[in-house]
Design a protein around this ligand. Structure first.
Ligand code: GLA
Length: 708
């Protein structure tokens, strides 16, 4: 997709409407400056009403109409919803739940991704679409499937699982060792004995469950890549993607998928109201950027796109909360600030029928004479004014590690407490940094991290030896690290590392955890120096680290709760509990400052989200006022939304937004030679204000040695 254009639009379902509505649709799209729509996501039964008989005439007309009106198309393959005839003809391709129930047609996603008949039919419809539309002038992007995220436990799945396990482990001895099958008489002597983790009497084997999630992510990925290859072969110039759905239940390791898509695309629907929705939005966008960078081998400009979001609703507590005026735009611009190449919604027009008839839409049931559509028109104009920010990087001094497999492993019901969830701990760390105003990148174990001043590992439960080395090298070379409870406890097979927790990180943290003391929901423990811990506490023994806060009451009174340890040239913090939000923000700020990180906009009042993007020779400061009061923020530049010049202070109305093309020195990083004794800064220091190199590439104290 072309650079220099922020994409704007959403899922468009012309198959649900007569042709006269299509003409109104494109007129309204033009009014809102929509420039990309996703077509055909669930249109399989309208494209292939009988096996092999394709009815493309309506789609021809729609694509021509859109193109004639200057609107590009992300053409979907409709494989997330096979037609009724398919399910009738191939009952073996219907999915089976863990407790053996075969699901039936009647909703969507009723297929098993390991069933050969489904895979063949999916390739078939993708090939037919590619043959007809690969060179259509409206086509800007292929959108494969929709939100890969279903699972299945049928016989096809069992066969594929065994093949995958043989490939991963080599032989049954290795599998038995990895899964610790001597426990509860689970030792396998034949591959035929190994099944998907179906419903069983009591707790299932954690290694078995974890490998199944990995296998299923790979299975869904194979279903995606074979469609992608068909589409690419028809016209290699058209990028291909699929939209990621986020959630703990999703059996997809998005980071591993990122190298297989031409741009990462996410769907994001916050499920918290109030400030929680803004924090979730920022985290989702930072994750998407991290996945894109990871998939592109570390390229910080790798593209990603917000493919779906809700025009006017947050679902929380089992009901819909309408977004207040301006909130849709703020959420959208938070994504753009964090690198999204545009803003897309589910959905363009609200349908009269169907299961999601009450999901919000840019054109709601009330029609275009509505607040939501007027805001949609305004957002289109806003994105037009922001065209120049459609590239570049996002400033981040801090990195937070994310690991899908740790999330899956922590989901095992045999954990010491039901509360620990990787996603929650990542969100809590991100929230503490977000509230303190620090830019964050999300990284995967093994990613390049030498440009960050602080690395945070929130409940990174699984740590292979490579992951332990990755962290150790960073800290030893001068990096600052903050590790939270339940990180590094198990190896990559979910086997607990022995000798005291956290086995993989004990030495660098300078602590040895003897016992876990999980707390009850709602229970808190006071900490010395103020604040409380919740969810989890531990018996922490010092092995070189200094305590910086202790438990102030209860069985652990007087024992360390938070510690700091010098390791090589770096510093490693350990949090053995989840601090309350104020305390977490204070601790995180302290660690970030000590590491040399700077908030994006140090004097911004609380409730102002500040994000800085940089392109060639320019920087843009996004300021989003999430409060219900007017705010003043010290900054200077040209506000791209109003054209006004800001000399010293931006005045943001309640809920308002400004995007400044920065002038003066506010957003300009010092030239690379500033402060350098002999000229050239090493790679890890060059993009930052000069400071002593923290990494092993330079001699201690150096600021100038080029990386070898
Ligand atoms: C997802 C799906 C859409 C729609 C929305 C509604 O993002 O991709 O098809 O179901 O959720 O929330």
């Amino acid at each position: 997709m072309a650079d220099g254009v922020l994409r704007y639009g959403g899922d468009y379902n012309p198959e649900q409407w007569p042709a006269e509505v299509w003409r109104e649709d494109v007129a309204l799209m033009r009014r809102a400056r929509v420039n990309l729509v996703t077509v055909g996501v669930f249109a399989w039964s309208r494209l292939e009403p009988e096996p092999g008989r394709h009815t493309f005439d309506w789609l021809d007309q729609v694509l021509d109409l859109l193109h004639d009106n200057g609107i590009d198309v992300a053409l979907a393959t409709p494989t997330a919803s096979p037609p009724p005839w398919f399910s009738l003809a191939h009952p073996d391709a219907l999915p089976v739940t863990a407790d053996g129930v075969r699901l039936h047609h009647g909703s969507r996603d009723t297929y098993c991704a390991a069933a050969p008949a489904y895979r063949a039919a999916a390739r078939g419809i993708a090939a037919a679409l590619a043959e007809r539309y690969a060179h259509h002038p409206a086509l800007a992007l292929w959108h494969v499937h929709n939100e890969y995220g279903t699972t299945c436990h049928c016989a096809h799945t069992a066969r594929a699982f065994r093949r995958w396990l043989a490939d991963r482990h080599g032989d049954l001895d290795a599998l038995n060792a990895a899964w610790a099958t001597s426990f509860w008489s689970q030792h396998y002597t034949d591959w035929a004995q190994v099944d998907p983790p179906r419903a069983t009497q009591y707790l299932a084997n954690p290694g078995h469950l974890l490998d199944f999630r990995r296998f299923w992510s790979d299975t869904l990925l194979a279903a995606y890549t074979e469609q992608r290859d068909v589409l690419r072969a028809a016209n290699p110039a058209i990028p291909v993607t699929t939209n990621y759905v986020l959630g703990d239940w999703v059996p997809v390791d998005h980071a591993r998928w990122a190298a297989e898509v031409d741009l990462v695309a996410i769907d994001h629907y916050p499920d918290a109201v109030d400030g929680g929705a803004e924090e979730q939005t920022a985290l989702a966008a930072d994750l998407a950027r991290g996945w894109a960078r990871h998939g592109a081998g570390g390229d910080r400009t790798a593209p990603w796109l917000l493919m779906e979001s809700a025009p006017n609703q947050i679902h929380a507590g089992g009901r819909m909360h309408a977004k207040e005026p301006g909130r849709m735009a703020r959420h959208s611009l938070s994504h753009v600030a964090r690198g999204s190449r545009g803003v897309m919604f589910f959905q363009w027009r609200a349908p009269a029928g169907g299961a999601e008839r009450f999901h919000s839409a840019l054109v709601p049931h009330a029609g275009p004479d509505s607040r939501v559509f007027r805001e949609a028109v305004d957002l289109g104009a806003t994105l037009q004014r922001l065209r120049e920010v459609d590239a570049g990087t996002v400033d981040a001094d801090v990195a937070i590690a994310w690991d899908a497999a740790s999330g899956w492993a922590l989901g095992h019901p045999g954990m010491p407490s039901p509360h620990p969830r990787h996603r929650d701990e990542v969100a809590a760390a991100h929230r503490a940094l977000w509230r303190a105003g620090y830019g964050c990148d999300m990284v995967l174990p093994g990613d390049r991290i030498d440009t960050y001043t602080l690395l945070v590992l929130p409940a990174l439960y699984l740590a292979s030896d490579d992951t332990a080395d990755w962290v150790g090298t960073y800290v030893h070379g001068g990096g600052h690290l903050l590790v939270t409870w339940l990180s590094g406890v198990a190896d990559e097979h979910a086997r607990v590392r022995l000798g005291g927790h956290p086995g993989a990180l004990r030495d660098l943290l300078g602590v040895r955890v003897e016992e876990f003391h999980p707390l009850a929901a709602g229970q808190t423990v006071p900490l010395s120096g103020g604040g409380t811990g919740r969810l989890w506490t531990e018996t922490v023994r010092l092995a070189g680290a200094q305590p910086t806060a202790s438990y102030a009451d209860g069985v652990l009174a007087g024992l360390p709760a938070v510690t700091r340890h010098r390791y090589g040239a770096g510093t490693a913090w350990y949090l053995s509990t989840r601090p309350d939000e104020t305390t977490y923000q204070r601790l995180m700020t302290h660690a970030a400052r000590a590491a040399g990180a700077s908030p994006v906009c140090p004097d911004a009042p609380a409730g102002i989200e500040a994000v800085r993007r940089r392109g060639a020779g320019a920087s843009w400061l996004f300021l989003l006022n999430h409060t219900d009061r007017p705010q003043r923020v010290p900054a200077a530049g040209i506000d791209l939304l109003t054209g006004a010049t800001v000399d010293t202070q931006v005045h943001l109305p309640a809920g308002g937004v400004a995007v400044l093309r920065e002038t003066g020195t506010a957003g300009v990083r010092p030239p690379p030679t500033a402060g350098a004794a002999t000229g050239t800064l090493c790679r890890c220091c060059a993009p930052r204000p000069p400071r002593p190199c923290r990494n092993s590439c330079c001699a201690p104290g150096a600021t100038t040695t080029p990386r070898p």
